[in-house]
Design a protein. Structure first.
Lengths: 479, 364, 431
């Protein structure tokens, strides 16, 4: 539906559709003609609007067609809006619309001003060495952070609006001469096809674009830091930034990514290797320690050294729960404490740790409800789990599964469950990239930066598992 | 063998890893003591003979690969004979692979009960294996190849640990005299234990399902040779540790390392568990191939039905014959030895007689 | 539809797992109902054998190393039957995989240990690395003997054999595997440490054994003081008693000794042929048998000239056993010892000891050489005469002279000549 020539009629039509009270209809004289400026109050920079649009136009007496007006206002973001629907849509997206009496095309000026928080270090990816900037909830700020880091014509940002009501801006970022076209095409297609009420966070997008909707493990990578996103784009991945979310999504995702930290690349690679091995050991301990302990107690006493076994026998005397149920109970308490400590206000947090550590832990042992080794093992497992924070979701579920299998079937059950998970993981692919690459299928050159990493200068190729167009990332070898 | 699917192809490396990771682990539980029972310190001679035959079969398979331009065995048989004949051969191989799975299956059951569970657990403990096997049967060959990619590290680490911990206890003079008066003991031992060998026949069914590479025959032969060397070294170490009592040391892998770890933490169990992962896949492999053979023999679109029937059947079998490994072993070696020789060695040789056809004659 | 089926399958599996998890219905035996057997004593009785199991019992204190033990004994015709009796009548499931020491009674050693050892080897839940030893008395008494070395007597025995003895080549250690290997091999003989008890200077070994270790005393006492004791004897064929209480009974009998004083000695070696004990090697013979078989560590040999002693530390022992088939088959025993002075009561040696530490005076080298020659010669001659293949003649014949094996395998051992060559050298002081 095109705009009417009559300003009053246009005002009437638009007012009928935009009933919200934060929409401002500002009428003013433009030379001899009447003009109407429509904008949403909380998201528009009114001061700039007055200075760049109203002030220069109020004394203007020339041609009033939309194209001419676009050039007269002092804003590079002035474009035309041809019909009522697009006008309404633009207003909803936060643009200011100028309609002049007698004209059937409106002028759209983007003068958005959101209140956002400042750029700060993300709490989940704190580093000692390396950049500390993190993404914010502001879409433009996030894109700006990326642009500041990649100044290349190959750096492409594709914008897509998703959400029937939220109309959230989603940007797909990639390097056109590095990222695989098929992957880019698939990402864009899948995002465009999303038909959803609204997008509250980037995780909405990630859940919609993955191939396996129900999965034990996560299938997209995510980061809160622009330097990590940049590194991932340079490796040939595709990034997704969503308005209102400080977490960027990257695809394709490899499981090994979560064992890597940005800091690994900023410090001595021997130290980095040590830390990666520690992360691997931690995750194995977190996952298997409670289950192995339960299985050993129930089925395989022979794997416990005799002195430790006697200590266990000593400590479990009089405990009413079976080893498996005892561990499950301790895990339950641990998860409750964990959940409570995240949700509780900070000033109660301290009290909670006291209650958790002293009252529940020590007193439970004294009261003979749980044994000391069980508490120690669960505490160790809990701490180890947070060494790789990205894997907490997956691993805490798997830990429970392992525990149940260990209590039910013992060590052989654990072997079979691991085999089952291995088959599951090796068959899991997203965007045609296997999640367990470069181990299964093995890509020899990619192994240089996995659980162990080679010196950066010797890692000349990008990860081939990601099928990059341009495989070489370091050409000159000065070593 | 399987419905041709480009996406479901193995890499040559993965076949090498299947040999390296899955082949040696099936030969460390009962085979050393069985061979020691038949030919004492010359158990490694029997092993070498077995592997030489296997490598011969592997070379036959590669000859077929070149001759028929990487066609599947089914296509080769169909083109040269008839579809019905191909189906019959596939049915035969389906049965053969079930037979081939039985011994490692019962062996694994006893091995698990003996080494891991002091108090003999319920037969139900072993049932989850068939869930894993069934799950694998529904997945493609590619998944099996990738599993081999992952398991190769576990097998390597497991064997390294076992060798590292058992060699201090080994007295290699127990293998003397190397040169002895010729007897047929090793040959007899090989015949009686033939069901443990002929793993290279898997390659026959991988034909048409892997991408060719440069020096592929050499790579495959070397990988099989590598796996054989590991097994031979294991046999040697086993006899060097146990000598005169070797024939009674069934499932003695954890016992090999115990003498070095007296009074300390039994971290040799790490090796036992690491190898157990590969052992699970080694058992699954013939079951999987059997499923695919029946799928092709009965021209089924999906492997769901044969997978359910075979896994359920083997599950029931393992429950009924739990703890009767030696009886089953006796029956198989006495009555089915020739079946193993026929499908494991004779058929690949006979297949070499099939003449080479033109490119257009061979179905893609 | 497909995903619904999947969900149903997952739910069923989850349910089964949960049921198993909460019931653990695998005839599972709880850790608290498990008797962790740390040592076994096997004695011969009229009706078969008597098995004494030493069970590790942790103390209820926070001290993890302050473990105690309880002994349970049961009779049976076979080892397995006795184990079953322990389980049946005590209510504890015997866990054998922690059993590291097996003590065989002297009566059993005189009868036949082969059947027992074969059973232990064949048992799938038994560790074949468990140390074997034969004791001068009954195994039950030895296991119930208190010792200041450890709270658990078998731990003390183990220490004496492994950590103290075998490391210095003073004990002819053996485990189930190696003993059975020797017995089933071409040698058809084996050896294991012969344990005696030393209890203070005043008591002689034999007497000590009798005084300190009376099984009758144990059982009687536990019967009488059932109120105070931990576990009273349960049934006719199964006695249970605590070492603590036995300790009190000994105190009473021996006039108020305040602490246990029994110390185990394992320097003698019992030699077996066809499953029966045929000889007991002296301390010196054990040492030289070890020197001829394995590398010595921290071994000190003392030699005397005119009542002046010189302790020589064996730095290196080179040994070689071989066979020759000339006119008569010959066993060549070569031993080359490199020694240095460890301590001495003589002036000449002490001068060397202070000045050039390693240099040993020639007279002491010769003296040690003579000592060694005498001991080895007597040992070898005695063994060959008794037909005990302690030096593995038949094993060597098979391994290194295979083509002569058939001709010589039936020749009696006493037909072999012994060619002994002992050389003792001094280690020069470092430059």
């Amino acid at each position: 539906m095109t705009l009417y020539k009559s300003l009053t009629k246009n005002l009437e039509v638009i007012k009928k559709r935009l009933t919200s009270q934060d929409v401002v209809f500002f009428e003013f004289k433009m030379g001899k003609k009447d003009a109407l400026l429509i904008y949403i109050d909380p998201v528009t920079d009114k001061e700039v609007l007055g200075r760049l649009v109203v002030e220069p136009l109020s004394n203007y007496k020339g041609k009033t067609d939309a194209d001419t007006i676009c050039k007269r206002v002092f804003s590079p973001q002035a474009t035309t809006s041809p019909d009522v629907d697009s006008v309404i849509n633009d207003i909803e997206l936060g643009a200011s619309i100028l309609i002049i009496d007698g004209e059937t095309t409106a002028v759209k000026i983007d003068l958005l001003k959101y209140t956002t928080r400042a750029i700060s270090e993300p709490p989940t990816s704190a580093v000692v060495k390396g950049p500390r900037e993190g993404f914010t909830e502001c879409f433009k700020t996030n894109l700006g952070l990326m642009r500041r880091r990649i100044k290349s014509e190959s750096f492409v940002i594709k914008k897509i609006t998703v959400g029937k009501y939220s109309k959230t801006d989603v940007a797909v970022l990639y390097l056109s001469d590095v990222a695989d076209d098929t992957i880019v095409k698939k990402v864009v297609e899948r995002i465009s096809k999303i038909d959803i009420d609204g997008v509250c966070d980037s995780s909405y997008i990630s859940k919609c674009i993955v191939e396996h909707k129900v999965s034990l493990v996560k299938q997209v990578g995510n980061t809160e830091k622009p330097d990590i996103l940049m590194a991932k784009l340079l490796e040939g991945r595709v990034g997704i930034i969503v308005d209102g979310s400080p977490i960027a999504v990257t695809v394709p995702y490899l499981l090994v990514e979560d064992f890597q930290s940005s800091e690994d690349y900023f410090q001595n690679h021997y130290r980095a290797n040590m830390q990666r091995v520690l992360r691997l050991i931690s995750i194995i301990l977190a996952l298997s320690l409670p289950s192995i302990f339960v299985a050993a107690q129930l089925f395989h006493l022979q794997i416990i050294p005799i002195n430790f076994l006697l200590t266990i026998v000593n400590s479990i005397k009089g405990i009413p729960l079976s080893p498996s149920f005892e561990m499950l109970f301790t895990l339950l308490i641990f998860e409750i404490l964990n959940e409570a400590s995240v949700r509780m206000p900070k000033y109660v947090g301290m009290a909670l740790s006291v209650v958790g550590a002293l009252v529940l832990g020590d007193t439970a042992v004294r009261a003979g409800i749980v044994s000391t080794p069980t508490i120690m093992i669960m505490a160790l497992s809990g701490i180890c789990l947070y060494v790789t924070p990205e894997l907490v979701d997956t691993m805490s579920f798997l830990r429970l599964l392992y525990l149940v299998v260990a209590g039910a079937v013992g060590g052989y059950g654990l072997v079979l469950l691991t085999c089952f998970l291995l088959i599951y993981l090796v068959s899991l692919e997203n965007f045609d990239v296997p999640i367990l690459a470069p181990f299964a299928p093995m890509k020899k050159s990619d192994l240089k930066d996995t659980l162990l990493m080679a010196n950066l200068s010797t890692t000349k190729l990008r990860p081939l598992s990601l099928k990059p167009k341009n495989k070489v990332r370091i050409k000159n070898d000065e070593s | 063998m399987m419905s041709p699917n480009e996406k479901n192809k193995l890499k040559l490396r993965q076949i090498c890893f299947i040999f390296l990771a899955f082949m040696p682990v099936t030969k460390i539980a009962l085979l050393p003591s069985v061979l020691a029972g038949f030919c004492e310190e010359r158990l490694f001679v029997a092993t070498i003979l077995g592997f030489l035959l296997d490598i011969g079969v592997l070379l036959c398979c590669m000859r077929l690969f070149y001759k028929h331009q990487n066609s599947t065995l089914f296509n080769v048989l169909e083109t040269n004979f008839s579809k019905t004949f191909a189906k019959i051969v596939y049915f035969g191989y389906g049965v053969y692979f079930i037979l081939k799975a039985i011994v490692p299956l019962l062996e694994q059951q006893d091995y698990v009960h003996n080494t891991l569970y002091e108090i003999t657990p319920s037969k139900l403990v072993f049932i989850p294996l068939f869930i894993v096997s069934f799950y694998q049967s529904l997945k493609g060959l590619k998944v099996l190849g990738r599993s081999a990619d992952a398991c190769i590290y576990l097998t390597a680490l497991g064997f390294l640990l076992i060798f590292f911990l058992s060699i201090p206890e080994a007295d290699f003079t127990n293998l003397l005299p190397i040169i002895q008066k010729p007897t047929y003991k090793p040959v007899n031992a090989l015949f009686k234990s033939i069901m443990w060998f002929s793993d290279s026949v898997y390659l026959l069914l991988f034909l048409g399902h892997f991408e060719g590479e440069k020096r592929q025959t050499l790579k495959l032969t070397l990988s099989y040779l590598g796996a054989s060397v590991v097994v031979i070294l294991f046999m040697i170490t086993f006899y060097a540790v146990f000598s005169s009592i070797a024939n009674s040391r069934f499932f003695a892998t954890p016992e090999l390392t115990i003498y070095t770890l007296v009074d300390s933490v039994r971290f040799d169990y790490v090796a036992i568990f690491l190898l157990m992962f590969s052992q699970v896949f080694a058992i699954i492999l013939p079951i999987y191939l059997s499923t695919k053979c029946f799928e092709r023999a009965f021209a089924l679109k999906k492997s769901l039905v044969p997978a359910i029937i075979i896994n359920a059947g083997l599950c029931i079998f393992s429950i009924i014959f739990s703890g009767k490994l030696f009886k089953v072993l006796g029956v198989i070696s006495n009555y089915f030895g020739y079946v193993f020789i026929f499908f494991g060695y004779v058929v690949p040789l006979l297949l070499l007689l099939i003449p080479k056809r033109g490119k257009n004659e061979v179905k893609a | 539809m497909k995903s619904r089926l999947k969900n149903k399958i997952v739910i069923v599996i989850a349910l089964i797992l949960t049921i198993f998890y909460f019931t653990n219905d695998f005839a599972l035996i709880d850790i608290e109902k498990t008797a962790i057997i740390v040592a076994l004593g096997i004695d011969k009785v009229d009706s078969g054998i008597e098995l004494t199991a030493q069970i590790g019992v942790p103390q209820a204190s926070q001290q993890t190393f302050n473990n105690e033990d309880t002994l349970i004994s049961a009779k049976g015709e076979t080892v397995m039957e006795a184990v079953e009796n322990i389980s049946k009548r005590s209510g504890w499931f015997p866990k054998l995989s922690f059993c590291n020491v097996i003590i065989l009674g002297k009566d059993l050693a005189n009868d036949n240990v082969q059947i027992v050892c074969d059973h232990l080897l064949a048992s799938e839940h038994f560790q074949s690395s468990a140390l074997l030893a034969v004791c001068d008395g009954t195994a039950r008494d030895f296991l119930s003997t208190p010792t200041p070395l450890d709270n658990i007597s078998s731990f003390a025995i183990r220490k004496v054999i492994v950590e103290n003895g075998a490391a210095t080549s003073r004990v002819g250690d053996s485990n189930v595997k190696s003993f059975c290997q020797d017995m089933h091999g071409k040698k058809n003989c084996g050896y294991m440490p012969f344990i005696t008890i030393i209890s203070g200077e005043a008591k002689e070994e034999g007497q000590t054994g009798k005084e300190v270790n009376s099984g009758k005393n144990c059982a009687d006492f536990s019967e009488k003081s059932g109120d105070n004791g931990l576990i009273a004897p349960l049934f006719e064929n199964c006695d249970t008693f605590s070492r603590d209480r036995f300790l009190s009974s000994t105190e009473g009998q021996s006039g108020g000794e305040s602490s246990p004083s029994a110390i185990f000695d394992a320097t003698k070696t019992a030699v077996f042929k066809d499953g029966k004990i045929v000889d007991i090697l002296s301390e010196d013979e054990t040492v030289y048998l070890n020197l001829l078989n394995k590398k010595a560590q921290r071994l000190v040999l003392t030699t005397k000239i005119d009542d002046k002693s010189c302790a020589l530390e064996v730095y290196k022992n080179k040994h070689n056993l071989s066979l020759d088939f000339g006119v008569k088959p010959t066993l060549n025993l070569d031993l080359k010892l490199t020694v240095r002075v460890a301590d001495s009561t003589t002036e000449s040696a002490n001068n060397n000891f202070l000045g050039r530490r390693s240099k040993v005076p020639d007279e002491y080298l010769l003296s040690l050489e003579n000592d060694a020659t005498t001991v080895i010669k007597s040992l070898a001659t005695r063994m060959l005469e008794k037909g005990v293949d302690l030096f593995g003649i038949k094993d060597r014949l098979y391994k290194y002279h295979y083509f002569k094996y058939e001709d010589y395998k039936n020749i009696p051992l006493d037909q072999y000549l012994i060619n002994l060559n002992v050389q003792v050298l001094t280690l020069d002081s470092p430059k």
